[in-house]
Write a protein that binds this ligand. Sequence first.
Ligand code: HEC
Length: 488
Amino acid sequence: MSAEVSFISKLLLSPMLWPAVLLCALLLGLFLWFRALANRLGATLSDDGLSAAARFDLEEARSTAIAGRQTAKFFGLLVLGGYLTYVAVVGTPMYGYVMEWLNLAVRWTHVIAGIMWIGASFYFIFLENNLNRTHGLRDELAGNLWAIHGGGFYYLEKYKVAPKVIPTDLHWFKYEAYFTWLSGFALLFLVYYADAKAFMIDPTVADISTPAAIAIGVGSLVLGYVIYDTMCRSTLILDQGRFAFVGTVILAVICYALTHLLSGRAAFIHVGAVIGTIMVGNVFFTIIPSQKALVRAAKTGQPLDASLGKKAGQRSLHNNYFTLPVVFIMISNHFPSTFGHSANWIILMVMILASAGIKHYWNLLDRGENKPIWLAGSVVSLVVMSFVISPAFEDTMDAAIPTSFEEANVVIQARCVQCHSVNPTDDQWTTAPNGVMYDTPEQISAMADKIMTRAVRTRTMPQGNKTGMTEEERTVLKRWILQGAKIQ
Ligand code: HEC
């Protein structure tokens, strides 16, 4: 069979064919629909009798339709290219290699988009907090600011409402946020969903299937945003303290649920993705529409709905508090002592609250209020937590909790003697590996140090965790060994 024939047959026989075809058809449909819509709106716009407001709305709708058309085209080509690449490399040694480069390219984009987004948002917070609002301002100005950067002087003015004429070159800040989300979502697929068995599913946490794991992942993003948005639309929003409290409790529930359904690493990144989705959702559904309304009012002379600006302000403030937590979560997969711990959801919540506390201190400081208690409280809680979860502290605690040989033996008999016995029952190991047997108390006690190394510290036993040993069982062995591995 020639190479071309085998490629074409792989193309048509791949299990991913139908999902890819359906997705491409959907995107093609969207592309055609948006294109027709943009053309229709373009034709309506040529009517000279339109009022300024109607013209503005039509132009807005048309540019949205064009953006929709381009997005559909971009993703259509991406799915098509992605599917062809997938078929070309799947099952060959190139698969892992191609995945690695895709991962690199998308991750790089994600980090750069994220830096541009959070960077711009920090910069505008800085501007707000440092504007000269008092000396020598024209009537229409809220403030101005002088700055020097990169070898030049900059002079900036903020208007109280809007300039009399809206400039044609008005810079918007939105694509940073959208690209951060899109690249982040693509990364979830590349890293987690494409290899759910390795990265999302931990049978000692929950033995779920790949589709279930992906559904939980994607579902959590949707659910997270819907819950948050509902909170923002309720009367809860009127009381900042209560909003923060309820939000924290709900976030804790999400952390608990995800860490009990997915591997620690995947649970952490999904909590981050929930927060990131909320942040981008705020930009897309509230902040940008409110800015558009501002421009519309200025251009058409129509009255402005003041509640829009207020809502945008609330959501912006929430985004501000989310920045530090979300950045930690995005790098959390480098820190197994956080996501790999048995109390990982509590650790995550402490990290989130403490970093938001640091942001609060920083916000107050920018406004000229120095409340070091927020900084100290946050840093102390991080230090205390890192001490409490340290191996040294845990060993001290474990050594103090009395554990008998009988308790340890129950674990060994349940998880080890399938292989380590005179008569192994394992299908693969018909004689005790390395001659190591755990049939008598003496045999077990004599091997205590090695059991500690293999079954507790490095978790390399049971082999491939074939017998399904749990964290609690490892802790039982650890306590018994720390107390001297006594048989009586
Ligand atoms: C599925 C079979 C299997 C099960 C179950 C199993 N082991 Fe092992 N074990 C092996 C094999 C194979 C080796 C030798 C290869 C190695 O060291 O990884 C081994 C080696 C070891 C060693 C190293 C012995 C040496 O000579 O250095 C220790 C210690 C050990 N196992 C402890 C345990 C403990 C404790 C359990 C239960 C919690 C356990 N094993 C469960 C298969 C198993």
